[in-house]
Design a protein around this ligand. Sequence first.
Ligand code: DC
Length: 219
Amino acid sequence: MPFIVIAVDGGAASGKSSTSRALAQKFNLMHVDTGAHYRTLTLSLLDAGIETPEALTADLSVLSRLTPGTEVRGQEAMMSVGGHVPADNEIRNDRVNAAVSKFAAVPALRKCLFDYQRGQKEVARERGFAGLIMDGRDIGSVIFPDAELRIFLTADPEARAARRAAEGIADSIAERDKADASRKTAPLACPQGAWLIDSTFLTLEEVVAKIAGKLKTLL
Ligand code: DC
């Protein structure tokens, strides 16, 4: 059986995680939401009293104390810090939204996650999954440029804002996209050779079906 890696990138609320989750269920893949990794580290830093990237850069030693672990629940692999996986409402709120892109621009913090995220491939293999589907901003460009399939999801800002509103979540989509796309290290961009899918006028099911058609030829 071939083991495949699928990289799914895109801006905030582009549908990356919902699409990846649905594909993981359909094809027995392990799903990793790397946005949650950055959110979890951001929460740990804020809780440690480190409020700005400048404060972090002034004392990077805190990063070595944030040892990541993995907890697999169904198809989902969640990152723990200090043995604890934070609840969704702890990492998806205004406090974390306002800080996460700023911390995600710090190269030392991204470096911390590089080996951990690459290592998820082995976790998925050991657990008997048919492959790994990882979503984020730099998966097809930096973490798995060698992935069997690299996808970049996009949608008009209005469509993305409407999706978040429908989920009942207030999010700083435009601000985060601007910060994520303009940073020096691993900026948000469609990697060369990736499959660009505009989902503005597509439902989640249609996007999933489109990618599933391609995946069937790879598995
Ligand atoms: O996917 P998300 O919106 O939950 O991601 C939260 C933030 O994490 C996002 O604004 C930028 C950062 N991020 C990143 O820099 N690289 C990734 N691979 C995933 C997320």
